[in-house]
Ligand binder design. Sequence first.
Ligand SMILES: Cc1cc2nc3c(=O)[nH]c(=O)nc-3n(C[C@H](O)[C@H](O)[C@H](O)COP(=O)(O)OP(=O)(O)OC[C@H]3O[C@@H](n4cnc5c(N)ncnc54)[C@H](O)[C@@H]3O)c2cc1C
Length: 323
Amino acid sequence: MSEIENVVIIGSGPAGWTAAIYAARADLKPLVFVGVPKSTPSIVLPGGQLMLTTEVENYPGFPEGITGPDMMANFQKQAERFGTRTRGEDIVSCDFSEKPFKLETSKGETVLANAVIIATGAMANWIGLDNEMRLARSGGGVSACAVCDGALPAFRDQPLAVVGGGDSALEEASYLTKFASKVYVIHRRDAFRASKAMQKRIFDAPNAEVLWNKTVIDVLGEDVITGVLLKDTVTGEESTLDLRGLFVAIGHTPTTEFLEGSGIAFDDAKYINLDSRSSKTNIEGVFAAGDVADSVYRQAISAAGMGCQAAIDAEHYLSALST
Ligand SMILES: Cc1cc2nc3c(=O)[nH]c(=O)nc-3n(C[C@H](O)[C@H](O)[C@H](O)COP(=O)(O)OP(=O)(O)OC[C@H]3O[C@@H](n4cnc5c(N)ncnc54)[C@H](O)[C@@H]3O)c2cc1C
């Protein structure tokens, strides 16, 4: 059993590192669990979702843009500069029933903490095709975030497609119609789940076209995407569609499985519930930040902002404990 940590931060994306920068500068000597790389069911890497993107053009302070991995290396360096310590493991379960809190690591150790910040993000759901993952990792025109990547020069005036049929898929498709020569919405059914208002936006867009009853069974192209292979879900017929960008919008899964049974309150989709004006969860001393508690904005800057809030809330909580 370890000494009692002031604050343990679980996760090393923008939320986790920002919480670490603030906590370290407040002299709390935070310990960050950066997580273990995984490739199923989705890609999860230390450094978080930005490790999967080439250019980040919308994070303030980088007028020329910066690659996701460079940005996360800078976040880490800044956190370590003020005394943040890191461990390259996952937290696999949490016991928040008594204080200090008990966290079990993927190496089977128990870590004790007075305060915990959960910043484990949410995984974009992918179709699960080898070529899809290869081109997503290499920046070859496959992405899970149109708001993040849609405005990049490679996608402008090009034929693009969005896979999905919910509100976020149609929102992403509608966003892409501003830049693309054509936006196909590929949906496996013959009707959308999305709201009527969102559907109208797509039906009214002159450069959008819905491909009903189609699934993507392969992504084509060596270094960059050149198209997709489609299968008709009714007739079984296969066809190819020429594309220069594919945006997969089939939902996100918050990384909260390891919190099952810990007493943390979730919403229906398993995002962590927060006190409406802070980073406080339903358990005193446990805070959450970033995409794990945000099903709406899901951006690096909003995750970083929440990381800042969580560290300040944790500092107030710890100071109150010691007085
Ligand atoms: C392809 C793609 C491109 C994007 N591009 C942009 C962009 O250009 N601009 C922008 O603002 N946003 C972009 N986003 C969104 C942005 O990446 C996220 O909003 C942001 O990364 C969320 O930060 P986070 O810290 O909450 O979580 P994440 O970045 O998801 O980080 C979660 C961290 O938790 C760790 N972890 C998970 N489980 C455990 C565990 N049990 N124990 C320990 N560690 C754990 C993971 O290893 C990871 O380090 C993009 C997203 C994707 C998928």
